[in-house]
Design a protein around this ligand. Structure first.
Ligand SMILES: Nc1ncnc2c1ncn2[C@@H]1O[C@H](COP(=O)(O)OP(=O)(O)OP(=O)(O)O)[C@@H](O)[C@H]1O
Ligand code: NI
Length: 321
């Protein structure tokens, strides 16, 4: 079956090089993947591998030192060459961001309700009264009650969990089709993490797609429909979440899962690579137990299983070529 509509988000041969006095950081290189409507795509991988830079590239929030090539299409429209004014529209309406620290992303001297109502006024063209009304129902939806009272309160009057939910409410107030959440569980305890998971499920239940960027593999497993494994600026494997945890294919994916506490905490041998002088060929080959001579040349991104849609998986490894 062919879907007439383009995918919600198509990242097509995206590269982001950040030019520094020490050389060019190859934060994202030749990355291609899509996110379908309503799905949660989790990008996992070691610290410094380029996950956040990819998210910032989609939002077009990178510094001018970053050189971007390739295409980022949202509903078929390439964001990379959109005028900044149109991009601002998209940032609020189509791509909500959820920052990791609610205290930093909320305005301490503005009523929480007004902060949630604001994107409805600017992006959904609602008048103040409509936006207020909607905000009260949004507050209720996120268990921030009683909504009338909570509307008028300031962030310091909220508990941590409530503030976290309010932040998600703010990020989703303009009903975006895609939300980028970068490390939403960083530094939060188990209870709060459950809280975040429940909140996200509510939002995806409304048909919103997520690009979830996280170190937290258990959280990724619980929340996502598909997993992308990032290593040294490249995606090495893309699979459905269930398939991935049942049988990771790439040697790095295997090593990553074996390094989890519940799997024996086996450290990945060797050191993370330089992002400036990246390893030739397969980026993982210097640390890979299966590496042979051919791994010094770049492996193709092999498609495995000719299933339809995103049923298939892809691996960037000579073992599967
Ligand atoms: N403004 C910048 N200038 C120069 N290099 C940068 C800049 N921002 C990020 N980098 C480099 O780009 C690479 C990718 O960084 P990024 O923040 O995307 O990693 P990450 O995968 O999100 O890591 P973490 O899991 O720790 O958040 C890193 O090597 C980082 O040092
Ligand atoms: Ni990051």
């Amino acid at each position: 079956m062919t879907d007439e509509k383009p995918a919600l988000l198509e990242i097509d041969k995206l590269s982001v090089f950040i030019h520094t006095h020490r050389g060019s950081v190859r934060a994202v290189e030749n990355t291609t993947f899509t996110i379908e409507r309503g799905e949660t795509f989790a990008l996992i991988g070691e610290s410094g591998s380029g996950k956040s830079i990819l998210g910032l590239a989609v939002m077009r929030l990178l510094s001018p030192a970053a050189e971007v090539s390739g295409a980022i299409r949202l509903n078929g429209v390439d964001l990379t060459d959109l005028p900044e004014k149109e991009m601002q529209e998209i940032r609020g309406k189509m791509v909500g961001v959820i920052a990791q620290n609610p205290y930093l992303s909320m305005n301490p001297v503005m009523k929480v309700g007004d902060q949630i109502a604001e994107p409805m006024v600017t992006h959904l063209m609602m008048n103040r009264e409509e936006a207020k009304e909607r905000t009260r129902s949004v507050l209720k939806f996120f268990d921030i009650t009683p909504p009338g009272v909570r509307y008028r309160e300031y962030p310091y009057q909220y508990s941590g969990g409530m503030l976290q939910r309010a932040m998600v409410a703010m990020g989703t107030a303009a009903e975006p089709e895609l939300i980028i959440a970068d490390e939403p569980t960083k530094g939060v305890d188990v209870i709060r993490k459950r809280n975040i998971a429940a909140t996200f499920r509510k939002v995806t239940g409304n048909g919103c797609a997520f690009l979830l960027i996280t170190h937290d593999i258990e959280f990724a497993r619980a929340m996502s429909t598909r997993i992308g494994v990032n290593y040294c600026g490249q995606i090495l494997e893309i699979a459905r979440t269930g398939d991935f945890f049942e049988e990771p294919l790439h040697p790095y994916s295997k090593a990553l899962l074996e390094s989890l506490p519940e799997n024996g905490m086996k450290p990945i041998p060797g050191d993370p690579p330089s992002m400036i002088d990246v390893p030739e060929g397969c980026r993982f080959h210097p640390r890979c137990p299966h590496a042979t001579e051919r791994c010094k040349t770049p492996p193709p991104f092999v498609k495995i299983g000719a299933g339809e849609g995103h049923g298939e998986r892809s691996v960037r490894c000579w073992l599967y070529a």
